[in-house]
Design a protein around this ligand. Structure first.
Ligand code: GP9
Ligand code: MN
Length: 402
């Protein structure tokens, strides 16, 4: 097992061999406040998708026209769900194959996004979330990652009326967050973790602004209504940011944390989308939306493949903070080599031309199964990266780095 200082050196050497080119977008959002929004259980298929002639996400669809929209980003989380997505963005490392790093390794040394923003721009960092502070061991992990503030459930007025399912509804959540947000010294990085669009996708009649879908799967039918509620909550948050005059000075990074419709209910999604139940269709449903909005910038859709782990380097790129010499697997989506595989935690991978899942290699353009050899080089890279990432975490190797 890799567990000493020389191994940390090897890991470092491997990771540094990746390109860290700069583009004319480097530093585009330098010094701006950063708002991260974690969209609970939100898959990319809802974007620009209509049900009974109505858009599911009218606000996000409109926002995309004025944003960088990355339309081929894959969910790379494992059992740590929301916390795995947070972990990838905070550290640029992969989640562990089982459990949540937040729970298993909260005392490790990490080169966190929070630390980098503090060092390179004097940012104050905060997380806002309507659930208990110890869920996913966030309180302890956030402290270790260097967050200055964690506004958890106890900072909100949570009543029977304003909550559902896991806790406070997204609209009152954003509304009540403003008081603490406006108190933060600038520049700040504030993460908002939404909650209403969580399985089993419950909604009060009064909050419903779209009819459920009419597939044979009720979970999917309800999902449409809770995703719409989330969309309206983001709309409300943007209004509040404008009212507080904070909108223009902020870069918004909005991402789906992981799938919402598990394999068990997926037939309803295939039905909704009028597609067959094939392995590649299933794989493509594992895409999550990634929207980066910088007020005043033109919109641009980027179809290049990538993963959630790449969000960190993409953000740093826009903030003009170099990712060179970092022990992280995150690559800016503006410079990412499109032939590099997107690594999935379940042993699968996606490259530009091939995809591997459930031990079968697929040609992505013919959509047919092909020989293993086509996927082999990408799988080598994928396995190597996961092994190194796991070793960094399980050996706490970053403690050896200055
Ligand atoms: C709970 C929220 C949802 O705090 O993060 O948890 P999930 O089940 O999606 O990880
Ligand atoms: Mn989640």
């Amino acid at each position: 097992a890799l567990s000493d200082k020389s191994d940390a050196g090897n890991v470092s050497e491997y990771i540094q061999s990746k390109p860290h080119e700069q583009t004319d977008l480097f530093g585009l959002a330098k010094g701006k406040n950063v708002v991260l929004i974690s969209l609970e259980s939100t898959q990319n298929f809802v974007i620009n998708q209509k049900v009974n002639g109505e858009e599911i996400t009218p606000f996000l669809n409109d926002l995309i026209k004025k944003s960088f929209y990355f339309s081929n980003i894959y969910d790379q989380t494992a059992q740590g769900k929301t916390s795995d997505a947070e972990f990838m963005i905070d550290t640029g490392l992969y989640p562990l194959p089982s459990g949540s790093v937040f729970v298993r390794r909260p005392e490790n040394t990490f080169e966190s996004l929070e630390y980098l923003l503090k060092e390179n721009g004097g940012y104050t960092t905060a997380s806002f979330h309507g659930n208990d502070r110890d869920f996913w061991n966030r309180a302890q992990m956030y402290e270790n990652l260097g967050y200055d503030h964690f506004f958890s459930k106890k900072y909100y007025d949570v009543t029977k009326e304003n909550s559902i399912n896991y806790g406070i509804k997204d609209i009152p959540f954003f509304e009540q967050s403003m008081e603490n947000l406006t108190e933060l010294p600038e520049p700040f990085m504030a993460k908002f973790i939404t909650l209403s669009n969580h399985f089993p996708f419950l909604i009060d009649e009064a909050d419903r602004t779209i009819e459920p879908a009419n597939t044979e799967v009720d979970v999917v039918n309800r999902y449409v209504t809770t995703v719409r509620y989330e969309d309206q909550a983001i709309k409300r948050f943007f209004q509040l940011m404008k009212e507080q005059n904070m909108y223009k000075d902020t870069i918004f990074v909005i991402y789906g944390d992981h799938y919402g419709i598990s394999k068990k209910y997926e037939a309803g999604v295939h039905e909704l989308l009028g597609q067959e139940e094939t392995p590649l269709n299933h794989l493509e449903l594992q895409q999550v939306p990634l929207i980066i909005h910088i007020p005043g910038q033109d919109g641009r859709t980027i179809n290049k493949i990538g993963g959630e782990v790449d969000i960190r380097a993409t953000l740093l790129h826009l903030l003009g903070i170099s990712t060179e010499n970092q022990m992280a697997f995150s690559q800016s989506l503006f410079t990412r080599d499109s032939d590099k595989p997107v690594v999935l935690r379940d042993g699968g991978m996606i490259s530009k031309d091939y995809a591997y899942l459930n031990n079968v290699c697929y040609d992505r353009s013919s959509r047919k199964a092909v020989g293993y050899g086509n996927c082999a080089p990408y799988l080598d890279t994928a396995r190597k990266q996961l092994e190194l990432s796991d070793n960094i975490i399980l050996g706490d190797l970053l403690r050896f780095i200055d």
